[in-house]
Design a protein around this ligand. Structure first.
Ligand SMILES: [Ca+2]
Ligand SMILES: [Ca+2]
Ligand SMILES: [Ca+2]
Ligand SMILES: [Ca+2]
Length: 232
């Protein structure tokens, strides 16, 4: 077959296939979800961000968040959410029990939920700005983060009070995070910490395994304690 004939037959094949392509799956709004599956998720095929929360419908499905709920979206902090987020049955705050879910506002203004990190080993640290040992412990957290973050390790740092003992605001969260990449949450008056995470002084440190079981409560988790439960 000559080159011209091959070309002609290729062109012919293209023309012959054209009518079928009308029914091919198509992502009309460019959000990563094909038109014909958007209905399955309750999203709109002509709107890339159906709930107007700033995250594309496809990004939300990939990130295990609800593309129809503006209060639920991937984290600005970039922390991955586990597919198991809604399957964790919280029990009580006690060693050997599955930690109940909690939520608090982070340094980016997002609401962070513990069970979103059901696939991670999670270090929970409670401190206050006025507390010297809490300030010192941040270098330990930074070290753990650098060593283990890539292996499924998460830190949730709960902040109770500012340096002068007043309530935490967004500025205080950003100041305390100081560029660190883990989550720092407003825990003014201790709605989270006082569920059982602080039983004496601060910093109070607990360790939760993937799946949500509390392995150390208000104790002194070591690097080897963390390594023993890293998911990957
Ligand atoms: Ca789409
Ligand atoms: Ca859409
Ligand atoms: Ca969205
Ligand atoms: Ca959403």
């Amino acid at each position: 077959m000559t080159r011209t004939l091959i070309l002609a037959s290729l062109l012919g094949a293209t023309v012959a296939c054209a009518p079928a392509e009308v029914d091919m799956p198509f992502d009309g709004d460019g959000d990563g979800l094909m038109d014909d599956v958007e209905a399955n998720y309750g999203t709109l095929p002509d709107n890339p961000d159906s709930d107007d929360d700033g995250w594309l419908d496809g990004e939300e499905i990939d990130g295990f968040t609800d593309p129809t709920d503006p209060a639920d979206h991937p984290y600005t902090g970039g922390w991955g959410i586990g597919a198991c987020r809604n399957d964790v049955a919280g029990e009580t705050v006690a060693v050997g029990s599955v930690a109940p879910n909690f939520e608090g506002v982070d340094q980016f203004g997002d609401t962070v939920r513990l069970h979103d990190f059901c696939h991670n080993a999670v270090l929970i640290v409670t401190g206050s700005e006025w507390c010297g040992p809490c300030q010192s412990y941040r270098s330990t957290m930074a070290s753990y983060w650098a060593d283990y973050h890539e292996r499924g390790f998460m830190i949730i740092d709960l902040l109770l009070e500012t340096a002068d003992g007043s309530a935490i605001d967004q500025e205080a969260l950003v100041r305390w995070a100081d560029g660190h990449e883990y989550a720092v949450l407003d825990d003014t008056n201790g709605p989270i910490s006082h569920q059982g995470y602080v039983n004496g002084g601060i910093p109070a440190i607990s360790l939760i395994a993937p799946g949500g079981e509390i392995v150390i409560l208000d104790g002194s988790p070591s690097a080897s304690d963390i390594e023993a439960i890293l998911p990957w």
